[in-house]
Design a binder for this molecule. Structure first.
Ligand SMILES: [Zn+2]
Length: 462
């Protein structure tokens, strides 16, 4: 999250950039000694994060979070890093990550309060206006939570006064009530953060160097022993220059490096249409324009399911075999499916030339409610999660707005007259106006209609 003061500026440039993760992998097995050193660093980073979560995750620390140098100074003063003996390139990266997590949590708390306020029917538009202001403007939110008088920045004072005026004659009492609401809602949503993950940590730029050793390309990582860097060969020769995330696989004695990259959003002047889409287990995407993308999607998934089932039945009651051949083949099939999904989404965006895509809201964790059902269904639902994630990503990458709409009844409402219809075979039929169309096309048309008439759930995506 951007620091206070630079926020507006960053937003402008961030608008046209998206973050993409690049992965690098270690080559060959890492020695046990080096693995132990990495584990120790991972442990130190975990301890550091928990220390930060615990000390700065509460209401009292809220005002210190932006820009954060007060916290840095306090932590330095406390000598915590020296106590756990972690090199500062790992320590300060862990601290940054933990503070980032805390800031994300507060952002979620704030948006939760906003949601609660807009759902609360006892509130007038003026009340909601006050709450939105109090949450957004610095000097308000943290002071309200800490029971201190609100201090609004000078340039905001006229707006604040106007909002108080709008609350009417009893504004003082009203402000007290609304502040209490904000406090209650914040406490309800605030959660203690904690991590048990010792195998995921970050390293600052100063803590590594890409290079070669004995003819192998790899990365030199700072260790606890000063001036002694550890060399890990990598499978590629790419070089990056930012804070890296490192994921340890202790069993395989390998590491994965995750590199956050900001790439420019592609701008398409000719993308001017608006479409609705509906997702399917068989045809991946059907559009309101009547086109299908990913018509092989169901078939490919089915082949994977069949392969998994076959493997399971061959091994009797034993769980899915983990023979090398099986794993390799399964991975190949999964990769082919993912590749196909990406290709077909690209084809859709290029074909439809759309600037807005509307789709029904899907359950957040589709797999969660599937316990006890067959593997096939679970697998399909999982892939569906993957599909929505890819659609979201591709839209952001191409500067296309993806807007979720209310999903209730989207398959059975008539997209022409709005009355309830029924599904027969693959078709939707309307008994009122006689509309007869493929059910997925009807669903996609409903998504478009709902989007255009303002039944939107996320007017602006993050
Ligand atoms: Zn109808």
């Amino acid at each position: 999250m951007p620091k206070k003061g630079t926020r507006a500026k960053l937003l402008v440039s961030d608008d046209k950039k998206v973050c993409k993760a690049i992965h690098q992998y270690s080559k060959g097995k890492i020695s046990s000694e080096n693995m132990d050193v990495l584990m120790e660093i991972g442990h130190g980073c975990m301890v550091t994060k928990n220390y930060i979560y615990q000390r700065y995750g509460g209401i009292k620390s809220l005002e210190k979070l932006y820009p954060g140098y007060v916290i840095e100074a306090e932590v330095r003063e406390a000598g915590f890093r020296e106590k756990i003996g972690l090199p500062s390139v790992y320590f300060s990266a862990a601290m940054d990550r933990a503070l980032g997590d805390i800031r994300i949590m507060w952002a979620q708390v704030k948006s939760g309060i906003n949601d609660a306020a807009s759902k609360n029917e006892r509130f007038s538009p003026e009340d909601r206006h006050y709450i939105r202001f109090a949450i957004k403007v610095s000097g308000c939110f943290e002071n309200i939570l800490n029971g201190k008088p609100v201090s609004v920045p000078k340039e905001m004072q006229p707006r604040y006064n106007k909002i108080l005026m709008e609350l009417g004659e009893e504004s003082e009492q009203r402000v007290r009530d609304l502040n209490r609401f904000v406090c209650r809602q914040a406490r309800k949503r605030l959660r203690k953060q904690h991590t048990d993950n010792e195998t995921y940590f970050a390293v600052k730029m100063k803590g590594y160097k890409y290079g070669e050793l004995d003819g192998k390309h790899g990365i030199f990582l700072t260790t606890k022993v000063s001036r002694k860097r550890m060399f890990i060969p990598l499978t590629d020769t790419n070089v990056y220059d930012r804070t890296l995330d490192i994921k340890l696989n202790t069993q395989k004695r390998s590491i994965e490096i995750i590199v956050p990259l900001f790439v420019n959003v592609k701008q398409h002047e000719d993308y001017t249409n608006e479409i609705g889409i509906s997702l399917g287990l068989w045809n991946m995407i059907t559009t309101s324009t009547g086109n299908v993308y990913g018509s092989e999607f169901g078939k490919m998934q089915n082949e994977i399911s069949m392969y998994v089932l076959k493997e399971m039945s061959q091994n009797g009651k034993v769980k899915t075999s983990d023979t090398k051949k099986y794993i390799a083949h399964k991975a190949k099939m999964d990769a082919a499916l993912k590749n196909y999904v990406n290709m077909e989404i690209n084809r859709m965006l290029g074909n439809e030339k759309t600037k807005v895509v509307y789709m029904a809201k899907l359950p957040r964790n589709p797999g969660m409610s599937m316990k006890g059902t067959g593997d096939t269904y679970f697998l399909r639902m999982w892939k569906k999660g993957f599909v929505t994630e890819r659609i979201q990503w591709k839209c952001r990458e191409n500067d296309i707005r993806l807007i979720e709409v209310v999903g209730k009844g989207i398959g059975t409402d008539c997209s022409v007259c709005g009355q309830k219809g029924y599904i027969e075979d693959e078709n939707f039929k309307c008994p009122v106006c006689g509309f007869n169309e493929n059910k997925k096309v009807n669903g996609a048309r409903n998504a478009l209609n709902r989007g255009k008439t303002g039944k939107q759930l996320n007017k602006k995506l993050p």
